[in-house]
Design a binder for this molecule. Structure first.
Ligand code: AAO
Length: 512
């Protein structure tokens, strides 16, 4: 009884900061632009069995259909109504996905676009994913309904009505982000519409929300909305569970708004993480992996229990948002796997893995002019299904980084090492580093231009382990390299700088 009370209290205390993942699961994956039917399948056939905790999905609400350029991915960030009706599927398919994913312990996190509606200049019509009418000129969205007084038309003080200076916090909140019609979130009618939308999703069974463009909303408005959300559906979650909320706030420093203003509301995306780690792994600006010894708060990141971290996201993998050229993506596969491996091995933050579709990058003067290209789709605009190849990778233009052996196995490593402190840090002063997680797991990187050959204290029990980067343990056999830990916990690591993946990871569940 006391234990129950304690657990209950713990649950209540951590509330909206708790990712709500099922016990023993520690990461979510962003299945960017996937169809609901495919996500349901993926939960059952892959994510559940491989220990993924959840899926961040693309915005499920009705959006503008953009035809020039033709069906860009970013049309989904231009809401027309809160009907569940997009290229990813309709409400029935959405409900089916949530049910099936929840039933295998993989929870759904909705990308909630509540700061704005569509662009100011898109005119009027019913070219939207469910055919709902809109009139951007009159600020009219009858299907919500929203009208002129629901938008920040008078509050914004810039000449253009758009955000012109990120140094001015008022502008960033009261003016239009890239001309998107900015909702007046202090209006009770606006709040009520948004709360209805989010509560509908909660009642269907979602576990939480990514709050898109949170930096462009006043913290007090977000707080007011969050506080009126329902508890999660008790069919899958304990009584009294609060929705997990993580806010998209880009703060690389030097602007009018600080990420700190949002930390009491929910978790926040730590954009410094991927931007800095990209520089370190690329060895730009004199950065070295040895400097990662105090990675985390030591690098002036937000507190670990407030951070959502990732190597790249759907914006900065193609030059949108923030981070610039240092961001690593699937296009730099070798370095990317090391970065994701480091992130998943390191205890800092709540981790999100990116899963992308491919597109032909085409740089003109340093900018990818194909940054708008939408998901793999047929001529009629419908999104292509995610096919699975014999070797477990994806087809039809889906990259599926989360299925790359090295990344999938590190998601499992993180689950196994959950709750263990970082131990036995070692570095050579350059780009060869290693660290453990308690006496549960150990990881070693060689990002120098020479071979590594060292004997390190792993902290692991003696035995032979299967390296989960070059292979994995299958039916008590190892398909990759084997590492022998002697009775004093030491093991020799020889990693060629020209290895396909110049890192090695072992953990107690990969002991042979
Ligand atoms: C599209 C068209 C526009 C058109 C508009 C309306 O591209 O030309 O005006 O429709 O018709 C996405 C796309 C947009 C797209 C939009 C709607 O990215 O291109 O517009 O859908 O379809 C800011 C926000 C951040 C936002 C990010 C993209 O703060 O919230 O821009 N991300 C989210 C989503 C994103 C989505 C939206 C929001 C809108 O993830 O997919 O947009 O729903 C600075 C600021 C950041 C700011 C960036 C970029 O960053 O700090 O807050 O992000 O600039 O404007 C260094 C600095 C760093 C700086 C960066 C870039 O790295 O250190 O701080 O440089 O300057």
């Amino acid at each position: 009884m006391t234990l129950l009370l304690l657990l209950l209290l713990l649950g209540i205390c951590t509330c909206q900061f708790n990712p709500n993942v099922a016990c023993g699961r520690t990461s979510i994956v962003h299945l960017f632009e996937w169809r609901w039917d495919d996500i349901a399948e993926e939960c059952e056939r892959y994510l559940g069995p491989n220990g993924f905790g959840g899926v961040q999905i693309s915005p499920p609400n009705e959006n503008l259909i953009v035809t020039n350029p033709s069906r860009p991915w970013w049309e989904r960030y231009q809401p027309i109504s809160y009907k569940i009706c997009t290229r990813s599927g309709d409400e029935e398919q959405f409900r089916d996905m949530v049910t099936r994913c929840n039933n295998v312990g993989v929870y759904i996190y909705v990308d909630a676009v509540i700061n704005h509606m569509c662009g100011a200049g898109v005119g009027k019509g019913n070219s939207s994913t469910c055919g709902s009418p809109y009139n951007a000129d009159e600020r009219s969205f009858p299907s919500v309904p929203y009208s002129l007084h629901d938008f920040n038309e008078k509050k914004c003080k810039t000449g253009s009505g758009n955000i012109e200076n990120y140094g001015d916090a008022d502008q960033v909140r009261d003016c239009r982000l890239v001309s998107l019609l900015d909702l007046a979130l202090e209006n009770e009618s606006v709040r009520a519409s948004i709360i209805d939308y989010l509560n509908m999703l909660i009642d269907i069974g979602v576990a939480g929300f990514r709050l898109d463009a949170a930096k462009h909303m006043w913290p007090g408005d977000i707080q007011a909305i969050i506080s009126r959300l329902n508890n999660l559906n008790t069919q899958w979650f304990p009584n009294g569970t609060r929705p997990f909320v993580f806010q998209e706030v880009i703060d690389l420093g030097g602007e009018g708004i600080s990420v700190k203003e949002y930390l009491s509301i929910g978790r926040v995306t730590e954009f410094k993480y991927g931007a800095k780690l990209g520089k370190v792994i690329r060895k730009w600006e004199g950065e070295k992996m040895a400097y990662l010894k105090n990675w985390g708060e030591g690098w002036s990141f937000i507190p670990t229990d407030r951070a959502v971290v990732f190597i790249d996201n759907h914006d900065n993998q193609r030059g949108h948002g923030a981070g610039g050229a240092s961001i690593l993506t699937f296009s730099d596969a070798r370095l990317y796997k090391m970065a994701v491996g480091f992130m998943l091995a390191h205890p800092y933050g709540f981790t999100r893995v990116m899963s992308s579709f491919s597109w032909p990058r085409n740089y003109v003067n340093g900018k990818d002019i194909n940054d708008w290209i939408g998901p793999p789709s047929y001529n009629n605009g419908s999104i292509k299904i995610v096919t699975i190849n014999e070797d477990t990778t994806c087809g039809n233009g889906w990259v599926c980084e989360h299925r790359w052996r090295q990344i999938k196995n590190m998601v499992i490593f993180r689950n196994v090492a959950n709750g263990q402190a970082l131990t036995n840090w070692w570095d050579n002063g350059e780009n060869q580093v290693a660290f453990g997680r308690g006496n549960i797991g150990f990881i070693v990187f060689n990002n120098d231009n020479w071979t590594m050959d060292v004997t390190l204290n792993t902290g692991l029990p003696a035995g032979t382990y299967c390296d989960v980067i070059s292979g994995e343990k299958k039916d008590a056999q190892c398909t990759g390299r084997q590492i022998t830990v002697s009775s004093n916990g030491k093991a020799n690591f020889k990693i060629s700088n020209s290895a396909e993946d110049p890192f090695v990871a072992i953990h107690i569940n990969a002991k042979l």
